[in-house]
Design a protein around this ligand. Sequence first.
Ligand SMILES: Nc1ncnc2c1ncn2[C@@H]1O[C@H](COP(=O)(O)OP(=O)(O)OP(=O)(O)O)[C@@H](O)[C@H]1O
Ligand SMILES: [Mg+2]
Length: 446
Amino acid sequence: MSRKQDLTSPTHIDTDDAWVSVIQKMDEAYAELVHSQVEVEEKNAELEEARSFFHSIQSSMSDVLIVCDQNGVIEGVNKALEALTGRGEEELIGTRFTDLVVQKYHAKINTFMGQLRIQPVRDCEVELIGREGEVPLSMNCSPRNNHRGRLIGMVMLGRPLGELQKAYKELNAAHAELKLAQERLVQSEKMASLGRLVAGVAHELNNPISFVYGNMHALQRYTDRLCTYFDAINEGNSREQLRAMREKLRLDKAIRDLNSLVEGTMEGADRVKEIVNDLRQFSSTQESEKAQFDLSHVIKTALHWIIKESKTPIDLVDNVPDDLTAFGHSGQIHQVVVNLIQNAVDAMEGCDPKHLELSTQQHDGKVIFEVRDSGSGIPDDFLSRLFDPFFTTKPVGQGTGLGLSISYGIVSEHGGELEILNHPEGGALARLTLLAEEDLTEANHA
Ligand SMILES: Nc1ncnc2c1ncn2[C@@H]1O[C@H](COP(=O)(O)OP(=O)(O)OP(=O)(O)O)[C@@H](O)[C@H]1O
Ligand SMILES: [Mg+2]
């Protein structure tokens, strides 16, 4: 027989409450579980993101990354090392780092591993055994500590030097080529100026050569007469006959002239030698040491040749003293002076009158040489471009536009100054400042 249940009895109510609270607890626990699960998944996603972030950095690094334990056994590498050695990560991990390095660097590596505790290693050059041969690397090595600060290994970063060395080599080669080209340019400019001087030089050489030639003719004539006279002596001519012959041949005058003819010839030959020496000095590619030199002579020879070459007369005021010296390479300064005077003479082409004034000053250990011309001066727009290579206003074939640019380089290298200005009273003024003597102060020898 079934017993009817009393659903409203207190026992029944208690059981229901218990169930409800169990279910509630379960709900809460479940919600917490879901929440933790979400959190774990979020953390996982973050972790994954961080991992792929670091992985992408490691993969795109062109430098080699090696993580070792403190015995030098590899624990981690990046893609750059795999590519360089041609070995996979699994193969590399567990290998000793020294096994990847060319034998002759082992001692060096052992030293830096030993001193790592004291200080990190910077820019240590080693060679790795690469897939295609030895690869030079510049290594930086830092200690790797655990969370308690104990040394547990090291992290090495190596930059392949091959590319860098190649780039350096190319840079050096380009630099050497540029220097050679510049030297050639300087030399060809010099030769171009020399070419312009040739007419003057030819004229200059003509003078002594023509009087050497004339003297030699006279000497030849006198020699013939002397030979005739000596033959007559040998043939036993009488005293009277010899006296008559001596008068006829005008031997006394010839003998009196002999000395001056020989001296004149010697002088002419010396002059030729001087001109050739000046030319050699100007065209020389080899420079001797800087020294005290005769600036007056340099200016006067340059002026002499340029004036000789000029087709129309120039009204010249030469205030350069005879005893002016300066310090430097006389050949190079000669090149500068020739260009300044030549520029002045060129600027006066077509002007009348042509007035050229050379002057010097000396003060504060400097020698100043000025060339003033009565030419048209320099348009304001051009003033800032005068020292630019290839800037010229002269027709093709008459100027390379390198004169002032090369002169500027020479003068700067001499510790001097070069200025080109318009003179307030018209025409241009070129001012060259040089050291009067060698500067022995420390600042200039540092
Ligand atoms: N005294 C001067 N008066 C007027 N212009 C000048 C004077 N000196 C130089 N210049 C100007 O400066 C330019 C550059 O001079 P630079 O000596 O460098 O070259 P260039 O004389 O033209 O050629 P190069 O010297 O190579 O034969 C000249 O072409 C000229 O226009
Ligand atoms: Mg010039």
